[in-house]
Structures are given as structure tokens and as C-alpha cells.
Design a protein around this ligand. Structure first.
Ligand code: ZN
Ligand code: ZN
Length: 777
């Protein structure tokens, strides 16, 4: 019964001492101040400190109080904490003397035995208490753009190393003034051990040309007020800002940023203002007001004063709330919604340092509102969408990454998964912990590759995960694959693109059993050397078997067909896989061709007939392109997925019966033959039927086709748990209709939520597959 540190006697011990260790996301979330308050309330003696990635407590007191502390650690934990495990052991050293009180001690850095991966807290949007100070004229932080506390403020973007302490953040450059130091040291204060704490006297300050502080802010605001474009140094990178109600300013921004059509996000001052811009579901409101404060994609309201150019080609608008005090000040002072978009030229990574920003954004911004707090890591804004009660993440970055996720099979060796190409991310995994790094952009050039390498080096250092195993895509042309193959590694694991997609969904839901995967996306390399993208797979985390697919069609000119849906439509008309039924009626093909230049149709037809530069793909995404091209909705796409967005938008709120469709058997697989579908689509379009009806009918058709393919697979013995993944399921209508049809069949349908269904989730899926393969040896 006696234990070291316990006072023993004839009865039960009156005082025990314990070493308590808390694992999970417990640093940067106000955990030590919370423990301090709790232990003090319970009258315990001892201390708390941040160790490598954990929080360690030494506590002594009456056994019931110590017991209560251990229980309340979980019950009353701060909202941003995520406790995975609490261990309680007898104390090995001398116990804290009775009546010595409870303190927060300096962090311990243990170099010898490395614990499980350390968890880095994401950035947190400004809290209510800080907002009251920001707008409270009597407060000493009145209108101070860097106000923060234990519950809010920068984290991942300022941390240089763990344990999380000011001296290991960029805030070490700002010695605390007496007032801030007092708050930092006062256990009763909201800023007790708030590492980025700052005030106008000691913290960072704004700059605009020769002006500083409030004058700088006012000068920048006057530029936006008069229709200009301002670059601001945000939390995880530079942003471009203009008046969202000023059509000319928005058009200027598009022209200068070389972004003709992709929608811009709009920042609104508060939830009431956001509701005036968009029809928000309750799940949407929850997401908007969450500590991560992502951009939420929702149906735009008519007559909100936002010109159509902000979200050209879609009836959805991306809205978000201010994420930093600086954003709050801008929104409040300017009194109107603002376009706030990544400070980069189209396709490049978001800019983080001032010299680069001044160079790359020179022709874009009319001025630079900067400050002297360095940005330690690149975090673009996150984007989510709600479908019913489900939140789907389209881009996982600021506020969400690098919060740790779980994978169902523990990785026996540390893994880096290199991801794919578009919407690139990478993932580090060790044990069951997987850290999905922030969105870096399309990994197609040296700048994005550099951004990836920098983010990788940073996260390796911060998490302490040192990969020995590298997982990557099959595609040899991806820069991510080339990076993976060039790295020293004990083992390399190639993971097929669509297997990674559906494995990501399964892993997020903790599924370590066989399932049926539906992967619909643009393009990914199959294991047979052809391009895939409309795939039904019987899979588990280790392996997969293809049981169904979409018919193949040529991509005339390869990437050129991806950029031009009209050309993709020709690819289907001239060269869709023959599956035993008649092809397209020539008269109908002629009717479509009349809309295009004769030279183009002649050249493309010749390419397809001779098979010159015409890779074939069984892609659902390309079929969406073709349908949009046939309907004349989107002849050219300036960003990935634009044609699918155009089709979804065209369908509006309309419901329509499905178009004809047909499944055929080929090479032992069920194959969707789109000829009847596209024939009917074109025929009815030529006959003058409303585009909205046809767009709705096309979505309904793909939902029924999916249901048909799944039914046949299940009838042949496939599992009845389904994982839907791939970029096509960013389309809310496709997802909702497909899911309801499948659920009507009594199937269990899973879809990614925290992990993007698009290629941003590939790296997490690769990591889950790699861990499962390592288990097999
Ligand atoms: Zn706060
Ligand atoms: Zn201060």
C-alpha cells in the first residue's frame, strides 16, 4: 500500500503524491493555466510543466482530491484541448511539501527518449473576451491589432519549436512590458502563460509606408475605401483585400491576379453580416464561428450588394468571419464586406515574407499593410462546405492543420506520405497519429515545390516525427513522387491514387475492415498504366481490387483537354470506349460541332482517330467536363473543377428524372457506358430543353449509375460499407443524391469530413495504407 511520497499510517494515507502525464493536444491551448486553477481549487500542492509534447503534473494532497483532479482533467479541459491519454504513476522523486502551493514550472526538454509525436496547435480566431478589449475605448489594448490570449491568437504560424513557450516562438523578439509580464505571471489572469501575449507598448506594430500603428491602419483603409487593392500581412501569409461591393475593384483584382473566374472569398464583420451574404445552414454557422474560422461555401443571397464577379459562374459564395484582430478592425472601420484572398499570383503558394510579397505582388497591390511579427509557417485560409449536417473540408489549412488526426492502424515506423499533385498536402504519421500538413497549392512548379519542402522540414522538426518510410503516388511525373523517390528511406510504398482516396475516407472513420470504395475524380494513374477517375474498388487499408469503372474516353491533347471541356466533349463524341451498343448519332454530333470552329473539330477528330496524343481515361471528372461542354456551360476552364461547378450551378434547386444510362460487362468489370446519357443530354439540349433541367438530370443519372454499380458489386459479395471519395464529391448535389440512393439500399455510407475528399486528402490516405502495409511486414 505504501508508495514513495505517500505518508502511511494505520489508516488510509492522508496525503499521496502522484506523477500525472497528459497526452494529446495539450500545448498552446491554455492547458497549464487550467491545471493551475484546478489544482489550486482542490487545494493540492505541486507543479505543472510542458514536456516534449505532453503536459506533466506533480501533485500531492488528500487522495480524494488527487483523484478528483485526475477525473476533472478530462471533464473540464479547455475547449481547444484534445486529450488522448492520461497516465497516473507513483512519484519517484521527493513529494512537494505540504502547503507549498501549486505552480507552473519552466518547460522540460527531454532529449533522450522521444515520446509519441508532438501535437502542434493550429491558429485560433480572436475570442470574445479579446474582442471586447479590442473595441473597448478604456482598455489598454483598445484597437490593438495583435491582441490575443490563452484562448485565441496565433499558434502554428508563430511556433519555432516545442515545448510551446514564448522563447520558442517568433514572439521572443518582443520582450514583455511590465503590464504584460504581470498578466503572464498571474494565475488568475486570462493571459497567464499566453505565449503570444502583446500590447501596444511591447508587441508588434503595423506599418504602411512611413506610417505606423493607427496611422498606418487608417492610411491602408483609405486605399480600400477608394476602390484600391491592399496587400496585408495576415496570420499565415499575405492576403489581398478590396471592397467586395465594388465591382470595378473586384475586376481589377481579377485582372491583376490573373484569376479570371475562380471565386473569391468574402469576409463579413460578424455572423449577422455573413447571413446577409449567404444562406447559412446551422452546420454552416457552427463552422463559421468555430475557433478555426474557415471560409464556408454556401448559397449566395440575391440583392446582398455583392457583384456577380466575386463568385462568377457559381451561385455559391465563400464567406468567413474575421480571423485576427486586424481583420476585425478593417471590417468594423470600413463597414462593408471585403474580398480577402491569398496574396499570390494564380497557382503560386501564398507569400509569407515581406520582400517576396513586395516583389510578387508589386503589380497587384496598391499598398502593403505589414507588421514586424514574422510568419513562421505558411497557412492559407481553410475552406469547408456543408452538405446537410455533414461538413466537408475542401481545403485544410489555417485553423485546422496541423491538428493531429488518427489512423486506424498504428504505423510501425514513422511515415511521410508525399501526396499527389493538385491541392497538394503531405502527411507525417507515427503510431496512430497522423499530421496532415497545410495545403500548399498545385505542386507543378519550383515555387510550390519549395513551399512543400519548407513546410515538410518545419513539421518534421516540430512534431519530432522523422520518417523512415516514404509513401507516394504511382504517377512518375508528379513532383511529389519524384521527391519521394529521391529521399533516403528504409522503404518506399507506392499507393494507387484512388485507393488512397477511399482509404482516406475509411481511415478517417476508423475503418480497418474491407469496404466498397467509390472514387470519382479528375485523373489519377491506375495500376494498368492508364488514367483512372471513375472507380469502384473493393478495398481495405492494405489492398484493393477494381470491380467497376466508367467507360474510357480520349483526352485530345492531354492537358489541353483538361483545360477545355468543349474539347473533352469532342473526345467522348469521337472516341468513347465501344461497349457493344451503337455510338452517337452523326446528326447529333454535327449539331454540337456547329457551335465550334470547323478547324478545331477537324483537328481534334483527326487526333482521336489516329490516337495521337490522346491518353484515355475512365474519369468521372472528365465526364462532368464533357457534359458541361455539350451543354455549352463551360467551353474553357480556368481552374480545376470549373465545369463541374458550372453544371452544379446550372441545376440550381431543380429536380429531374435521370437520363438513360447503361452498364456493360468488360474484362470482368461492370462498366458505365455514358453514350445513352450523353446522347439524350445533347438531343434534348438541341431540342431547346432548359439547361437547368438537363444539368439536374445529369447529376441524378450519375447517382443512379453509382447505385447500379454498387448494387452489382454488393450482389457479387462486396462489403456493404461504402467510402465515397474523390474531388467529384465536392459537388454537394452529386454527394447528397448519391448518398441518399445508397442509403435507401440499406448501405452504410461514409464520406470524408476533416480530411478533404479532393486530392488534399490523398497524403493522409497514403499514410493509412502505408501503416497497414507495414503491419503486414
Ligand atoms: Zn482571446
Ligand atoms: Zn505589453
Amino acid at each position: 500500500m505504501a508508495s514513495p511520497g505517500a505518508t502511511t499510517g494505520p489508516q488510509a494515507p492522508v496525503r499521496v503524491a502522484r506523477a500525472v502525464t497528459v497526452f494529446g493536444r495539450v500545448q498552446g491551448v491554455g492547458f497549464r493555466p487550467f491545471v493551475h486553477r484546478l489544482a489550486t481549487r482542490l487545494g493540492l500542492d505541486g507543479w505543472v510543466l510542458n514536456a516534449d509534447g505532453r503536459v506533466e503534473l506533480t501533485v500531492a494532497g488528500p487522495p480524494p482530491s488527487v483523484q478528483a483532479l485526475v477525473e476533472l482533467l478530462r471533464v473540464e479541459a479547455p475547449p481547444l484541448a484534445d486529450i488522448r491519454r492520461v497516465t497516473v504513476a507513483d512519484l519517484s522523486g521527493p513529494p512537494p511539501p505540504p502547503g507549498s502551493g501549486f505552480t507552473v514550472r519552466a518547460s522540460a526538454r527531454t532529449g533522450s527518449s522521444r515520446p509519441a509525436a508532438r501535437e502542434i496547435p493550429p491558429d485560433i480566431a480572436t475570442c470574445e473576451a479579446c474582442l471586447r478589449e479590442l473595441f473597448g475605448p478604456a482598455d489598454r489594448r483598445y484597437r490593438y491589432p495583435f491582441v490575443n490570449c490563452t484562448n485565441c491568437g496565433p499558434r502554428a504560424t508563430v511556433i519555432e519549436d516545442l515545448p510551446y513557450d514564448r522563447e520558442r516562438t517568433v514572439m521572443r523578439r518582443f520582450p514583455l512590458c511590465a503590464a504584460c509580464a504581470a498578466e503572464y505571471a498571474d494565475p488568475a489572469d486570462r493571459r497567464f502563460h499566453a505565449e503570444p501575449v502583446a500590447c501596444p507598448d511591447c508587441g508588434p506594430r503595423l506599418e504602411w509606408e512611413d506610417l505606423t500603428g493607427e496611422a498606418a491602419l487608417r492610411a491602408a483603409e483609405s486605399v480600400v475605401d477608394s476602390g484600391g487593392i491592399m496587400a496585408i500581412k495576415g496570420l499565415g501569409g499575405f492576403q489581398l483585400v478590396c471592397d467586395a461591393t465594388d465591382a470595378e475593384a473586384v475586376n481589377r483584382l481579377r485582372a491583376r491576379k490573373l484569376r479570371p473566374a475562380k471565386p473569391f472569398a468574402v469576409m463579413a464583420s460578424d455572423i449577422a453580416a455573413a447571413r446577409r451574404l449567404a444562406r447559412l445552414s446551422s452546420a454552416g454557422v457552427t463552422a463559421l464561428t468555430s475557433p478555426a474560422a474557415p471560409v464556408v461555401l454556401a448559397p449566395a443571397r440575391q440583392g446582398s450588394g455583392i457583384p456577380p464577379g466575386v463568385h462568377a459562374g457559381t451561385d455559391h459564395i465563400g464567406v468567413f468571419l474575421p480571423t485576427t484582430p486586424l481583420h476585425h478592425l478593417l471590417l468594423r472601420d470600413l463597414g462593408r464586406p471585403l474580398v480577402v484572398t491569398s496574396g499570390n499570383r494564380s497557382g503560386e503558394p501564398i507569400t509569407v515574407d515581406e520582400p517576396t510579397a513586395r516583389e510578387t505582388l508589386a503589380g497587384v497591390a496598391d499598398g502593403f499593410l505589414v507588421h514586424n511579427r514574422p510568419i513562421r509557417a505558411r497557412y492559407d485560409d481553410s475552406v469547408v462546405r456543408t452538405v446537410g449536417r455533414t461538413v466537408t473540408t475542401l481545403r485544410r489549412a489555417r485553423g485546422l492543420s496541423p491538428a493531429a488526426l488518427v489512423i486506424p492502424v498504428a504505423a510501425a515506423q514513422p511515415v511521410v506520405a508525399a501526396g499527389a499533385q493538385l491541392k497538394h498536402t503531405f502527411t507525417l504519421a507515427e503510431g496512430t497519429c497522423a499530421v496532415l500538413g497545410p495545403h500548399t497549392g498545385d505542386l507543378e512548379d519550383a515555387r510550390t515545390l519549395d513551399a512543400f519542402k519548407t513546410a515538410y522540414a518545419d513539421l518534421v522538426r516540430l512534431t519530432g516525427i522523422e520518417p523512415q518510410v516514404v509513401a507516394h503516388d504511382l504517377h512518375p511525373g508528379y513532383l511529389s513522387t519524384q521527391w519521394a523517390r529521391a529521399r533516403p528511406a528504409e522503404r518506399r510504398i507506392a499507393v494507387q491514387h484512388h485507393h488512397a482516396h477511399v482509404a482516406a475516407c475509411a481511415a478517417e472513420h476508423g475503418l480497418d475492415r474491407p469496404f466498397l470504395g467509390v472514387a470519382y475524380d479528375g485523373l489519377g494513374l491506375g495500376d494498368d498504366g492508364t488514367l483512372w477517375g471513375g472507380e469502384i474498388l473493393v478495398a481495405d487499408l492494405t489492398r484493393y481490387r477494381r470491380v467497376g469503372r466508367f467507360a474510357t474516353a480520349p483526352l485530345p491533347g492531354g492537358a489541353a483537354a483538361v483545360r477545355r471541356p468543349a474539347r473533352m466533349a469532342m473526345g467522348y463524341l469521337y472516341g468513347v470506349e465501344a461497349l457493344g451498343e451503337p455510338g452517337f448519332p452523326p446528326s447529333l454530333v454535327g449539331a454540337f460541332e456547329r457551335r465550334l470552329a470547323p478547324e478545331e473539330t477537324r483537328v481534334v477528330r483527326a487526333m482521336v482517330e489516329r490516337g495521337v496524343n490522346c491518353p484515355r481515361a475512365s474519369s468521372a471528372g472528365r465526364l462532368f467536363d464533357a457534359a458541361a461542354g455539350l451543354l455549352g456551360l463551360c467551353d474553357d476552364a480556368t481552374y480545376e473543377g470549373q465545369a463541374a461547378v458550372a453544371l452544379e450551378t446550372a441545376a440550381g434547386d431543380e429536380y429531374a428524372e435521370a437520363l438513360p444510362w447503361r452498364l456493360a460487362r468488360a474484362d470482368g468489370l461492370w462498366v458505365y457506358d455514358p453514350v445513352p446519357t450523353l446522347t439524350a443530354l445533347l438531343d434534348r439540349a438541341v431540342a431547346g430543353e432548359r439547361t437547368s433541367t438537363l444539368a439536374a438530370a445529369f447529376h441524378r443519372t450519375l447517382a443512379e449509375v453509382t447505385s447500379g454499380l454498387v448494387q452489382r458489386a454488393v450482389a457479387a459479395g462486396a462489403p456493404s460499407t461504402l467510402c465515397l471519395s474523390g474531388g467529384c464529391f465536392q459537388n454537394a448535389r452529386l454527394l447528397a443524391e448519391t448518398r441518399s440512393l445508397l442509403e435507401e439500399q440499406g448501405l452504410r455510407v461514409l464520406v470524408g469530413s476533416a480530411v478533404p475528399v479532393n486530392d488534399g486528402g490523398i497524403s493522409y490516405g497514403q499514410a493509412a495504407v502505408a501503416a497497414a502495409r507495414l503491419r503486414e511486414g
